[in-house]
Design a protein around this ligand. Structure first.
Ligand code: GLN
Length: 495
C-alpha cells in the first residue's frame, strides 16, 4: 500500500512502528505535489504556495521528537510528523498568505493564526498553503486570483469552494488532510464534490484569530479529511478556547475519538422535508435514501422534520455576509496591507485604485451589496430584516431538535459541475449552498461525508447537529464509514 492512500490514523500507527520517518513521508507528499499540481503543466493547481524547506525542517524536528519520546527523554503527540495542507486563509509566519487575492499577493504574515500555532504544536508538518476562492467568496474556487482548481475526479470540473484547493489536494492525496473554513458551506460543499469528510464545527469552537475574516459572525474553521476518525483527530488539535478571539467559547473539548464507536441504537434522524424537494438531483436523492437505510440497519430511526424558513437562508445570507465583508475588507486600503496602486494623485485616488486593482469581480460585487445594505435608509429594510430571518432559522432548528438528535440531508444539490458553467450566473452559484447556509446562520455544526457516486462523481451526505454535538456527528459518520467504503475510493489518475 502506498503512503498517500493512508489515513491520519494509519500514518500515525506507521510512524509509531517506524515503518517510515516523517522526513520520508513528507518527501513522498512533496514529490506528489511536484508531479501532479503545477498549473503550468496542466496540474490541479490546488496549492498557491508549497513550503518544502519549512516542511522538511518540521519533519526532521518531528522525527527527533519521536526518537526522544521513545528513549524517554522527550515527548511527541500522536500526529507528530504527519503532513497537512493549510488553506491560504490562515496567516503563517514568514510565509506568503494571500487569501486567494491579488490584494495580498505580496503579503508575508508576521504571525501565525491560532489554528496554525496549534497544528505546529501538535507536530503536524505544513506542506503548503492551498488555493481558495478570493477571500473565501465562491463555491467553485474560480474566483481565485491564482486560477481555478481542477477536481481530481474529473479535471474538467470544479472541486467546489471556497476551500477547493484543500479539497482537491486531499482528494488527489497531495496531502493526507487539510484545513478549511466554512462561512456558508465552504468546507462541506467541496468535501461533497471531492469525496471527503468535512466538518464545520459549532461557531466559537475553533479560534478565528489570524484567520482572514470574510463574515465574522459566520466564519468557522474545520478539518477536511479522508475519514471521520481523521476529522476527530484533527478537530482535537484545532478546537479549544483562545482568549485572543473574543468569539471563541470556553467550553470543554471532549475526547472526540472516545465516542466514535458508540452505538447508533435509538438515534433519531430528522429528515427536513425542505431538503428533499424540488431542486435536488434524483440520483443524489437515491444515494441519500440508501445511506438512510444503512443507518437504520445500525439502529437509527427516522422522523420527518420541518425547517419552514430554510428557503430564506440564501437571501438572508447574501445580505448578512456581504454586509460583514464590506466592513471587514475596508482594512485593505492600500495603506496598511497588501496591494497599493502606482503613483496615486491623492489619498482618495490611492484608496480607489488600490481597491479596484486589488479585488476581483466577485469581491467587489459583495462589497457593493454589503455597503448598500448597511447604508442609512436601507439598513432596516435589508440588514435588520435579514437578522430577523436569521433568528427564525435558528428557532426552526431548535424546534426540529426537539424531535431528533441529528438532521440528515444532501450537502449539495448536484455533483461537481463543469469549470466555467456557472461563472456568469452568480445566483446559480449562490444556490450551491442551499442546504449548508442555514447551519452557519444558526451557528450549528455540520458535516459532509461520502455517500456514493453518480456517473462517476462523488455525492456527499450532510449531517447537522445541535450546538456542541461534534462528537455525535463524528460518531454517526464513523459508524456509517465502517459499513461503507465510499470514503476509501480514490480517483484513478491519482491512485
Ligand atoms: N459559497 C458561499 C459564498 O460564496 C460560502 C462561502 C464560504 O463558506 N466561505 O459566500
Amino acid at each position: 500500500m502506498s503512503l498517500h492512500t493512508l489515513t491520519l490514523a494509519e500514518l500515525a500507527a506507521g510512524l509509531d512502528r517506524r515503518d517510515y520517518s516523517s522526513v520520508e513521508l513528507t518527501r513522498h507528499f512533496l514529490d506528489r505535489i511536484s508531479r501532479f499540481d503545477a498549473a503550468a503543466t496542466g496540474g490541479l493547481n490546488s496549492y498557491i504556495t508549497v513550503t518544502p524547506e519549512r516542511a522538511l525542517a518540521q519533519a526532521a524536528a518531528a522525527d527527533a521528537a519521536r526518537a526522544a519520546a521513545r528513549s524517554g527523554t522527550g515527548s511527541a503527540g500522536q500526529l507528530t510528523g504527519i503532513p497537512l495542507a493549510q488553506k491560504d486563509i490562515f496567516c503563517t509566519e514568514g510565509v506568503k498568505t494571500t487569501c486567494g487575492s491579488k490584494m495580498l499577493d505580496s503579503f508575508i504574515s508576521p504571525y501565525n493564526a491560532e489554528v496554525v500555532t496549534r497544528c505546529d504544536a501538535a507536530g503536524l508538518v505544513m506542506l503548503g498553503k492551498t488555493n481558495m476562492d478570493e477571500f473565501a467568496m465562491g463555491s467553485s474556487n474560480e474566483t481565485s486570483f491564482y486560477g481555478a482548481v481542477k477536481n481530481p475526479w474529473d479535471v474538467t470540473r470544479v472541486p467546489g469552494g471556497s476551500s477547493g484547493g484543500s479539497a482537491a489536494a486531499v482528494a488527489a492525496r497531495l496531502a493526507p488532510a487539510a484545513t478549511g473554513t466554512d462561512t456558508g458551506g465552504s468546507i462541506r460543499q467541496p468535501a461533497s464534490l471531492c469525496n471527503l469528510t468535512g466538518l464545520k464545527p459549532s461557531y466559537g469552537r475553533i479560534s478565528r484569530w489570524g484567520m482572514i475574516a470574510f463574515a465574522s459572525s459566520l466564519d468557522q474553521a474545520g478539518p477536511m479529511t479522508q475519514t471521520a476518525e481523521d476529522a476527530a483527530l484533527l478537530l482535537q488539535v484545532m478546537a479549544g478556547h483562545d482568549a485572543k478571539d473574543s468569539t471563541s467559547i470556553d467550553h470543554p473539548v471532549p475526547d472526540y475519538r472516545a465516542t466514535l464507536n458508540d452505538s447508533l441504537q435509538g438515534l433519531r434522524i430528522g429528515l427536513p422535508r425542505q431538503f428533499f424537494g424540488e431542486g435536488l438531483n434524483a440520483s443524489t436523492a437515491a444515494l441519500i435514501q440508501a445511506a438512510i437505510r444503512e443507518l437504520e440497519k445500525l439502529g437509527a430511526t427516522c422522523v420527518e422534520v420541518d425547517l419552514p424558513n430554510s428557503g430564506l437562508s440564501v437571501p438572508a445570507y447574501y445580505v448578512i455576509a456581504p454586509a460583514e465583508c464590506s466592513s471587514n475588507l475596508s482594512r485593505f486600503d492600500g495603506v496598511r496591507f497588501g496591494h497599493r496602486c502606482d503613483n496615486p494623485k491623492d489619498l482618495e485616488d490611492l484608496y480607489k485604485r488600490s481597491r479596484a486593482e486589488g479585488f476581483g469581480e466577485e469581491v467587489r460585487r459583495r462589497i457593493m451589496i454589503g455597503t448598500y445594505a448597511l447604508s442609512a435608509g436601507y439598513y432596516d429594510a435589508y440588514y435588520l430584516q435579514a437578522q430577523r430571518v436569521r433568528r427564525l432559522i435558528k428557532q426552526d432548528f431548535d424546534a426540529a431538535f426537539a424531535h431528533c438528535d441529528v438532521i440528515l440531508g444532501p450537502t449539495a444539490p448536484d455533483t461537481a459541475f463543469a469549470l466555467g458553467a456557472k461563472q456568469e450566473d452568480p445566483i446559480a452559484m449562490y444556490l450551491q449552498d442551499i442546504y449548508t447556509i442555514a447551519t452557519n446562520l444558526a451557528g450549528l455544526p455540520g458535516m459532509s461525508i461520502p455517500a456514493g457516486f453518480s456517473a462517476g462523481l462523488p455525492v456527499g451526505l450532510q449531517l447537522i447537529g445541535p450546538y456542541w454535538s461534534e462528537a455525535r456527528l463524528l460518531n454517526v459518520a464513523h459508524r456509517y464509514q465502517q459499513v461503507t467504503d465510499w470514503h476509501r475510493q480514490l480517483p484513478a489518475a491519482f491512485a
